[in-house]
Design a protein around this ligand. Structure first.
Ligand code: ADP
Ligand code: ADP
Ligand code: ZN
Length: 229
């Protein structure tokens, strides 16, 4: 199947998985290791809410309730980001697509550019673990490095390993009640995408119940494999 065309095409990787599966943590590591660009629709939406844009104002209440923001808002935000030149190096889509409509729109957008999804990696985890992962999550306010109260603590307490900042933030939607709604949205609207990508022959399943470094090694192997194709 390999030909000159696909060798020169930038990788388009999708990380699929419920809230707390480790998509952001792993995407950030892949960005560093392979020079790919992490593209998180959650981060883009939170930035829009903070900036008070029209899209942000429309998305805010839905995000707080743990529902999914409408496809038209998310797709507009994604298209704008994909039009920026840095994405030509290859992208890791973290938290997108999340509905069949988004998956179809992505396939169409990539087809326009003569590209396609290189791999859709499903991070497979048990629902029971998600509440604890999400409830303990916090993030460096300056550089965005992710941490966890128990599973990923900075080397020096209260100081970001990556940038030295001492300021951290917690997401308003990372509470037990909202996580339940987010898990439901995942099972109802996002999990069906696993079959979509299986049908396209690009699905990779990864056990995401293990520790962060083991999962990172599994993902690295997948990225090397699809990059060599
Ligand atoms: P997602 O982007 O899928 O919602 P994150 O990458 O933000 O998930 O991870 C959720 C929380 O769980 C973070 O606090 C992160 O530090 C922690 N975490 C990520 N991967 C693991 C893992 N394999 N084991 C334990 N904790 C993890
Ligand atoms: P998680 O840690 O749950 O994977 P994200 O940061 O990816 O969190 O997303 C946070 C919230 O932003 C979601 O609960 C949802 O409301 C909204 N969101 C993010 N990405 C999408 C998307 N692709 N489609 C619809 N809503 C989205
Ligand atoms: Zn930092």
């Amino acid at each position: 199947m390999a030909n000159t065309d696909t060798q020169t095409r930038p990788a388009v990787l999708i990380l699929l998985g419920p809230p707390g599966a480790g998509k952001g943590t792993q995407a950030r590591m892949l960005q560093q290791d392979f020079g790919l660009v992490q593209l998180s629709t959650g981060d883009l939406l939170r930035a829009a809410v903070k900036a008070g844009t029209e899209a942000g104002q429309r998305a805010k209440a839905v995000m707080e309730a743990g529902g999914l923001v409408s496809d038209d808002i998310v797709l507009a935000i994604l298209r704008d980001r994909m039009a920026e030149p840095d994405t030509a190096r290859g992208v890791i889509l973290d938290g997108f697509p999340r509905t069949p409509g988004q998956a179809e729109a992505l396939d169409a957008l990539l087809a326009e550019q003569g590209a396609s999804v290189s791999a859709a990696i499903s991070l497979e985890v048990e629902d029971a673990a998600m509440v604890e992962r999400v409830a303990g999550r916090y993030t460096c306010a300056r550089c965005g490095e992710g941490y966890h109260d128990r599973f990923k603590t900075p080397a020096v307490a209260g100081v970001c390993d990556a940038c030295g900042s001492t300021e951290f933030t917690r997401r308003a939607d990372d509470n037990a009640e909202t996580v339940k709604a987010r898990l439901e949205a995942y099972h109802a609207q996002t999990a069906p995408l696993i079959d979509h990508y299986d049908g396209l022959g690009v699905l990779k399943r990864v056990d995401a119940m293990g520790d962060i470094t083991t999962i990172a090694a599994d993902l690295k192997a997948i990225v090397r494999e699809v990059s060599a194709q």
